[in-house]
Design a protein around this ligand. Structure first.
Ligand code: NDP
Length: 312
């Protein structure tokens, strides 16, 4: 079977650039949306040129120009969107409604993967405000996709390792300390950590797979389902030293959230659900959903300890 042609939207982003790389590596004819609005951002232009050198095709298109999006979408079979969705950086999830309109009009898309790649928003109806905005916006996009009868796959990628493992699960920290760490409560709540390159690879594996059509795919690499204490222990083994530990109770954490700026409140709300509530691991995957490491056992995914080794 010929490999699907893939259009990556948000290909210059933190996750998107990895999706472009994985798409090329997996042998898909790969198209990357190039927005004229990036203007003189030389880093992005150079990145786009590097994709071109690796064999990708750059397609000009703009969210403000419906026709250009329809034309871009008509050149491919699958659209993967990795538009921004982290408030401390940028959050443009609802712009995808323009993309959904274009896909609907083009009528040729076999699969659309919207920008999700985190906690399953369908399971976060109870989430705290204002952090719930991320989940609410992603659900608005899902509704539009499903109402337009667009075939989809939703990727629930759990915690990006760069943010969570790099900071030993502490918010606003992305480099592990060799001195001290603050635990969320007793530090025993389990979460799930996935290397960003592995997220991209698993994502690409799903697009031509009938088992993932119109489903949510959870990425739960079994060796990476760990508590904060277990992540810290892996780091301590690598550096040959025990960190000094303090702890912050659930009540204290919730009261600190209230004192922050909006973007920080959103991010801390997500940490609350992951690290205190255990929202990534407190449910079983339903029969009509799938788990990526089970579907694709050939992927040699990165273990937490190996990810941490790069900081030593
Ligand atoms: P980035 O912030 O790196 O941005 C991705 C892309 O968004 C860029 O390529 C940029 O394109 C595009 N973009 C930004 N503004 C606009 C705009 N106005 N119009 C069109 N395109 C725009 O995204 P991330 O990689 O951080 O996030 C991708 C997804 O991953 C999100 O859904 C996010 O919620 C999720 N995520 C999950 C995490 C987890 O731990 N589970 C952690 C981080 C993210 P351009 O270069 O053309 O401007």
């Amino acid at each position: 079977m010929a490999k699907s042609r893939v259009l990556v939207v948000g290909g210059t982003g933190y996750l998107g650039r990895r999706i472009v790389k994985a798409s090329i590596a997996e042998g898909h004819p790969t198209f990357v949306l190039h927005r004229p609005e990036i203007g003189t951002d030389i880093e992005k232009v150079q990145l786009l040129l590097s994709f071109k050198e690796q064999g990708a095709r750059l397609v000009e298109g703009s969210f403000g120009n419906h026709r250009s999006l329809v034309d871009a979408v008509r050149q491919v079979d699958v659209v993967i969107c990795a538009i921004s969705g982290v408030h401390i950086r940028s959050h443009q999830i609802l712009l995808q409604l323009e993309l959904v309109d274009a896909i609907k009009e083009a009528g040729n898309i076999k699969r659309f993967l919207p920008s999700e790649f985190g906690t399953d928003p369908a399971r976060m109806g109870h989430a705290l405000a204002p952090g719930r905005v991320t989940f609410d916006d992603k659900m608005v996009v899902r509704k539009a996709i499903e109402e337009a009868n667009i075939p989809f796959t939703y990727i629930s990628a759990n915690c990006f390792m760069g943010y969570f493992v790099g900071g030993l699960c502490q918010p606003a920290k992305i480099i592990p300390s060799t001195e001290s760490v603050c635990l969320h409560g007793d530090g025993n709540v389990k979460a799930i950590y996935v290397d960003e390159d592995d997220i991209a690879l698993y994502t690409l594996k799903t697009i031509d797979d009938h088992r993932t059509l119109n489903k949510t795919i959870y990425i739960r690499p079994p060796q990476n389902i760990l508590s904060q204490r277990e992540v810290i222990m892996a780091w301590e083994q690598l550096i040959g030293k025990e960190l000094e530990k303090t702890s912050i109770s659930e009540e204290e954490f919730l009261s600190i959230i209230k004192e922050q700026e909006f973007a920080q409140q959103v991010g801390l709300g997500h940490y609350y659900h992951v690290c205190y509530e255990g929202c990534l691991t407190n449910f079983e995957i339903d029969e009509e959903e799938e788990e990526a490491s089970h579907l694709y056992p050939e992927v040699a995914y990165t273990r937490v300890k190996d990810y941490l080794r790069r900081y030593v």
